[in-house]
Design a protein around this ligand. Structure first.
Ligand SMILES: [Zn+2]
Length: 88
């Protein structure tokens, strides 16, 4: 396994952390109680969804490939100039 922190460097801020931005997600949260008219919540479960983009967690720089297409899947990272898959 390659750690993202070792193969990604954000060109804008130098951060090494990526995050996936999902849309159309179904979130389910257990309601454990109520106090003063406000629910208390337990665990949350997230299901489904589609990756809209992958971005730098610090500044929001969006990963794109050599043709300026937004990267959404891991198998597209090889075409991103900011990802070094050769690094071990
Ligand atoms: Zn950044």
């Amino acid at each position: 396994m390659k750690f993202i922190e070792e193969i990604f460097t954000c060109p804008d801020c130098g951060c090494h952390i990526l995050e996936e931005i999902m849309t159309d997600v179904v979130q389910t949260t257990r309601i454990t109680g109520i106090e003063d008219g406000i629910f208390e919540y337990g665990y949350t479960c997230v299901d489904g969804g589609v990756c809209e983009r992958i971005q730098c967690m610090e500044c929001g720089f969006v990963l794109k490939d050599d043709n300026d297409n937004t990267i959404q899947y891991a198998n597209e990272l090889a075409n991103c100039p900011h990802i070094n898959l050769e690094k071990t």
